[in-house]
Design a protein around this ligand. Sequence first.
Ligand SMILES: Cc1ncc(COP(=O)(O)O)c(C=O)c1O
Length: 265
Amino acid sequence: VRLCHGRPVRLPYSTAIAEYGRFISERTRAIVVNNPNNPTGRLLTADEWRELHRLAVQHDLYIISDEAYSDYVLEAGDFISAATFDLPKAHTIVCNTLSKNYGMSGWRIGYVFTNEELLYQILKLNQHLITCPPTVLEWYIVRHFHEVLGITAPQIRDVVVKRRAVARMLDSFGLRYLPGEGTFYLFMSIQESGLGSEEFCTRLLDERGVSTVPGLGYGESCDRFIRLSVGAEGIDRIRGGVEHIAQFIRETGPAPALASAANAA
Ligand SMILES: Cc1ncc(COP(=O)(O)O)c(C=O)c1O
């Protein structure tokens, strides 16, 4: 955004789509959304998309939709692409990647779809920024494009089912998290701990060997959250990690005497 002399405006995670209009000024050029959302797993509904497209048309804006986790849902219909409500893609730019749906993270091949005129402009910028994607991965994907989804689709399904199981596990520990049905993350509250998310995650890693991502990376409004990934580990190791997290929250929360003094105040 800054490369184009723009100023990114970050919206607090809890902002409802119906409130987005309040953040639009004369200088607004585009709305960037991530659906399904990393880290919350939130999926935009048809009504929310209608409202976003209405704003785009009213204020002459682009919608840039990062749909990297588009397959990480249980039912295909749960995910609605931005392009669904703008088939000619007059103001819609959809970005996706092989990193998640195709399980090829790290080397990075991505793609974008929009109208032809805009694509040509994006290509100019892309050529000078990226030059070309990794050659090894290009050859690999040319050869195996269709087979890969056959392998990753069942894996993705398992991981989304596991996400639900971990959500129930968090419930059983009395831990709170934001609702969401997509991705392989859960965005969990650490409100009861006295620590900010950076310190919480660093100490959790150093002292307990459990790796999570500080919510602060997703903006100031997310500092009372941490992101759990359920992608790589089995359910038993995840349970061990969740036990540590629950214990660590208790240990770093306000001391009981202080807590009751605070309540009395
Ligand atoms: C929302 C989102 N978009 C894109 C990416 C990564 O895409 P790529 O590996 O193609 O850079 C990630 C993951 O790291 C992500 O969470």
